[in-house]
Design a binder for this molecule. Structure first.
Ligand code: NAD
Length: 487
């Protein structure tokens, strides 16, 4: 059976490359090639820039309310096609249908809707200076690049294009080479909704295509989601043309469970924050610090629920709640971390092996894995694993656990479970992380800014402030009287 070949999406339509080079995309749950994608060669790259220039001219000339109206149409189409798009995400990522069906498209659409609503409300300032005055205009940046990771492909494309387009920019988006289809679907939807051709372009490929975007002098900004190491390369390359950057990078986030917490709720949060999307979520609370008074209760319930309530298998089966990891290589990396955890002296409470469920025997599954007896200096406690692997640690003292939680170069997220309202806020205010939850974990509504402290990121996505990251301020001074000149 021949598989489809997808071309790059430039200037409102698919465009064939000249080299004929393609790459294959596999379904992580079956290990089968499901389609091929053409790589953006020089011809495509040049066409993308020309297309985005034209798109920008047309789009930025529209009023914010006209842009808003069109984007809201795209939101409606995204919602109408929820199931079709969710299926694309399941086949590309290996994540469970029960998640994609209610989260991936929905949270992407929400963000475009949010920024479509905000765009017409963005205003400049004006101020009198004597008889003269100045005013400011919020102008778009021009062409913005988006570079995506593979865990939430369509959602990432929406989160980057929503504020960029609402503010009047054109976008060239490069999805991860592991999951390239969602962004193409979004590009088609934008065209159907009435976004002018050239405003949202999709180029395909791996690091080389990303490098071209970060170095290209016609591009004013790069919004990147991916690993810390790649983020550093992207930022260094963007510095060559002084591009603005947004960096959404990795994490190794702590969850602190105090002895007055609702332990069952804390177990729910720990499981959500380690096993949802088979652990491939940047904000996951992979370091769980549990107070010694509730430690035994916590790990007993965690073990029981992990062993009884998780169903791995064909991700399209609505009963399945643990999908396949993105690739064989990533599965091996995660299993390598588990081996290292055992070698360094942590104890496996549950899990620890590759899985081969009957309904998806060739998929890249890893058992939901919990380590106990963990120490702060173990590799599994220090490094991002990006799989279903949780490390549980014990604590006794509030100040001490805050210091341990902060002892990392990462700072994406953090959480606290306690019924003491003052302790909840006191502790969370001291945790060095950009996204924090109290008696909750993982929710990320469009209204709430998200991004990392320390090496987990720069800038924010979502929330009102993000619109500012996609505009630049022009100050205009207006003279109302004769110029006094010594010349
Ligand atoms: P990655 O860094 O390997 O790749 C991300 C993207 O960068 C891909 O599109 C890739 O093709 C591209 N790329 C690779 N090298 C490049 C280069 N030199 N120049 C430009 N582009 C380049 O990350 P990944 O494996 O796709 O994603 C997993 C990582 O993403 C994890 O670390 C995770 O924590 C992080 N992540 C962060 C967030 C967040 O919002 N903070 C969200 C999702 C994922």
């Amino acid at each position: 059976m021949t598989t489809p070949v997808y071309e790059n999406f430039i200037n409102g339509h698919f465009l064939k490359n000249q080299t004929g080079d393609t790459f294959a995309v596999k379904n992580p749950a079956t290990d089968e090639v499901i389609y091929h994608v053409e790589i953006a060669d020089e011809f495509i790259q040049n066409a993308a820039i020309e297309s985005a220039k034209q798109g920008f001219a047309a789009w930025s000339a529209m009023t914010p309310i006209e842009r808003s109206r069109i984007l809201l149409k795209a939101v409606a189409i995204l919602r109408e096609r929820n199931d079709e798009l969710a299926k694309v995400e399941v086949l590309d990522t290996g994540k469970p249908w029960q998640e994609a069906e209610c989260v991936d498209v929905e949270t992407g659409a929400d963000v475009i809707e949010y920024f479509a609503g905000l765009a017409p409300a963005q205003v400049g300032q004006q101020q009198m200076v004597g008889n003269d005055f100045y005013y400011t205009r919020k102008e778009p940046l021009g062409i913005c690049a988006g570079i995506g990771a593979w865990n939430y492909p369509l959602q990432i494309a929406c989160w980057k294009s929503g504020p960029a387009l609402a503010a009047g920019n054109a976008v060239i988006f490069k999805p991860s080479e592991e999951t390239p289809l969602g962004a193409i679907k979004l590009a088609e939807i934008f065209i159907e909704a009435g976004v002018p051709a050239g405003v949202f372009n999709v180029v395909q490929g791996a690091a080389e295509v990303g490098q071209w975007l970060t170095a290209n002098p016609n591009i004013e900004k790069v919004s990147f989601t991916g690993e810390v190491g790649t983020g550093k390369k992207v930022m260094a390359s963007a510095a060559g043309s002084l591009k603005d950057v947004t960096m959404e990078l990795g994490g190794k986030s702590p969850l602190l469970v105090f002895d007055d917490a609702d332990v069952s709720q804390a177990v729910s949060a720990a499981m959500l924050g380690n096993f949802y999307t088979q652990g491939e979520i940047c904000t996951n609370c992979t370091r769980i610090y549990v107070h010694k008074n509730v430690y035994q209760q916590f790990i007993d319930e965690l073990k029981t629920r992990t062993e009884q309530n998780i169903i791995a298998g064909d991700p399209m089966d609505p009963e399945v709640n643990l999908g396949a990891l993105i690739s064989k290589k990533h599965q091996e990396l995660v299993l390598g971390y588990i081996d290292k955890g055992v070698q360094e002296g942590a104890t496996l409470l549950t899990g620890g092996k590759a899985l081969s469920p009957a309904s998806a025997p060739n998929g890249y599954f890893v058992e939901p894995t919990v380590f106990v007896d963990c120490k702060d200096d173990m590799t599994i406690v220090k490094e991002e694993i990006f799989g279903p692997v949780m490390s549980v640690l014990v604590f006794d003292d509030e100040d001490d656990v805050i210091q341990r939680a902060n002892d990392t170069h990462l700072g994406l997220a953090a959480g606290v479970f306690t019924k003491d309202i003052q302790r909840a806020h006191r502790v969370i205010h001291q945790l060095q992380a950009g996204i924090c939850w109290i008696n909750s974990y993982g929710n990320s509504p469009a209204e709430m800014p998200v991004g990392g402290y320390k090496q987990s990121g720069i800038g924010r996505e979502n929330g009102i402030e993000t619109l500012d990251h996609y505009t630049q301020t022009k100050s205009i001074y207006v003279g109302m009287s004769n110029i006094e000149s010594p010349f």
